[in-house]
Write a protein that binds this ligand. Structure first.
Ligand SMILES: *[C@@H]1O[C@H](CO)[C@@H](O)[C@H](O)[C@H]1NC(C)=O
Ligand SMILES: *[C@@H]1O[C@H](CO)[C@@H](O)[C@H](O)[C@H]1NC(C)=O
Ligand SMILES: *[C@@H]1O[C@H](CO)[C@@H](O)[C@H](O)[C@H]1NC(C)=O
Ligand SMILES: *[C@@H]1O[C@H](CO)[C@@H](O)[C@H](O)[C@H]1NC(C)=O
Ligand SMILES: *[C@@H]1O[C@H](CO)[C@@H](O)[C@H](O)[C@H]1NC(C)=O
Length: 472
């Protein structure tokens, strides 16, 4: 059939040609890309403190989590009640736990930004040519001197005048209108973006080419270029941000996930696989087709509408411990978040959960460090490998009939040597209790968010192993 062969060859040629033409503007086809998802305390992070033991790191993360859950709760309460200082903008989970690298502009500047599944706007620390000479000189001196091991290196700023692909976004654009708080005194889109804890950032909404280094890729130079990404070129920041900016991975229009889906053929989806705190290996975040969770036993639950569009909210129906099922209170939305360490559930669930685990776990009780957590056991007399077998699985029943099994490593953490604590607590703000599935509960799971389908999918995975070989 020579005719068929010819047309197939032609078709193939045109596909290759189309792909080639698009490569310079947006990555198309293929299975997507993956970048490292760097825990702020891990060896790969500039905020890694080698003087901390693994337990001290978990304790610190648990402390941050408690502060943050309160901020998330406050933000919920403020959504329908605009404050005196204008409309309340997008709110988010803080303090953030994961970072990712982005390369911005042409030629690219590598920046390490917070990766936040609880907010949308991408923003970066921009110099805008307005840094006082004294400060610039001090920065330079700092960069060339060997930094003390525990001090993070000086941050990177993006200088837009250096880039040939930088542009400003006009006030009439959809992106500017999608901002919760924008003003246009001079046709430039100026934003003010606030977070739940009162942190905020201001600047000009801009557009740039972003380059992602595909950590798993074998294709070409392993670089994925995406043109015309809308981001905030921030010149004023208040609060305790870490890194050189923030990449919003939430469900709203301005998030990286939505922009990749709109500008490329990758689809509006991403996934991550979080390596447990105790393991010295990198986690990954995947975009495009390879973010589809296909592992055996994958459980898919629909996203439900959330008061804050950025939050990935699902319906919690029950919590099961062994053969004991606790029904969740009616209407129990729960946010799936990577930036929150602990899991927060309604009092109506935490109390019987603690009661049931106290009955079933045959270990001596212990006091929680700093009263952070509701249930702890003394495991100093138990050999390391034997603890997990003494903890029953906890199964979350989610909307659509999905069940997610939490193993001992998802429900308990060793907060200090010999003290194992339940990584689940009641929300600290009783007036606006917000339930959250935190990152300990998601360790060693491939968790995929698909905005096109409106779903979140969970599957058990060995994240340290799979980061190199799972997504073939
Ligand atoms: C930004 O780059 C421009 C052009 O290279 C340069 O003139 C300016 O001094 C730079 N600004 C900063 C703050 O480095
Ligand atoms: C932005 O970068 C400058 C220069 O490195 C730094 O002084 C400043 O603290 C940074 N801002 C934030 C919020 O990180
Ligand atoms: C950006 O501009 C600054 C200041 O002129 C210069 O030192 C730096 O090398 C430039 N960076 C790039 C990537 O061209
Ligand atoms: C973690 O692994 C890296 C290399 O993969 C190694 O250089 C480093 O020493 C390890 N750190 C610890 C604390 O084991
Ligand atoms: C539930 O499990 C407990 C402990 O394994 C057992 O004692 C009890 O009989 C079980 N109850 C039912 C109804 O199966």
């Amino acid at each position: 059939m020579p005719g068929t062969t010819t047309s197939r060859a032609l078709l193939l040629a045109s596909v290759v040609l189309t792909a080639h033409m698009f490569l310079c503007t947006a990555y198309v086809g293929g299975d997507g890309f993956s970048v490292e998802f760097i825990h702020r305390d891990s060896v790969k992070s500039p905020y890694h403190d080698p003087s901390f033991t693994a337990h001290a790191r978990v304790l610190e993360a648990a402390r941050r989590s408690s502060t943050q859950a309160a901020a998330l709760s406050r933000s919920y309460g403020r959504v329908d009640a605009p404050s005196a200082d204008g409309p309340v903008s997008e709110l988010t989970s803080r303090p953030f736990e994961y970072l990712m690298a982005v390369n911005v502009g042409t030629p690219p500047t590598r920046m390490l930004a917070i990766a936040d599944t609880g907010s949308d706007l991408i923003w970066l620390n921009c110099s805008n040519g307005e840094v006082a000479p004294g400060l610039a000189a001090a920065r330079h001196a700092h960069a060339s001197a060997p930094a003390p091991a525990s001090a993070p290196p000086p941050g990177v700023q993006f200088n837009s005048s250096n880039s040939t692909t930088f542009g400003l976004v006009s006030c009439s654009s959809g992106a500017c209108r999608a901002l919760p708080d924008a003003s246009c005194p001079d046709s430039k889109c100026r934003y003010l973006y606030s977070y739940g804890d009162g942190s905020q950032t201001r600047g000009l909404l801009s557009t740039e080419t972003f380059t992602f280094a595909d950590d798993q890729g074998t294709r070409g130079d392993g670089k994925i270029r995406v043109a015309n990404v809308n981001f905030g070129c921030s010149t004023t920041m208040m609060g305790s941000f870490i890194g050189d900016g923030l990449v919003g991975l939430g469900g709203g229009d301005l998030s990286l996930v939505n922009q990749l889906g709109a500008d490329t053929s990758l689809g509006r989806r991403f996934s991550y696989c979080l390596v447990p705190y105790s393991i010295n290996a990198s986690s990954v975040v995947n975009f495009g087709p390879r973010a589809t969770v296909t592992e055996p036993g994958a459980a898919t639950t629909p996203l439900i509408p959330s008061e804050v569009k950025a939050y990935y909210t699902v319906d919690l129906q029950s919590v099961k411990i062994g053969n004991k099922t606790l029904a969740a209170p009616q209407q129990s939305p729960v946010i799936v978040d990577s930036g929150t360490t602990l899991t927060y559930l309604a009092n109506e669930l935490v109390d019987p959960l603690v009661e049931e685990l106290t009955r079933r776990v045959k270990l001596p009780p212990a006091k929680s460090p700093e009263d952070l957590l509701p249930l702890c056991f003394d495991v100093s007399g138990v050999r390391k490998g034997q603890v997990a077998a003494m903890i029953p699985d906890v199964t979350l029943g989610l909307g659509g009939g999905a069940t997610v099994t939490l193993k001992a490593e998802n429900t308990f953490v060793e907060l200090q040597e010999g003290t194992l604590c339940l990584a689940v607590a009641a929300p600290s703000d009783q007036f606006h209790p917000v339930s959250i599935i935190g990152n300990i509960a998601q360790q060693n799971m491939h968790v995929g968010y698909d905005l096109d389908k409106g779903t979140v999918t969970f599957a058990t995975a060995d994240c340290a192993k799979s980061s190199g070989s799972l997504y073939i």
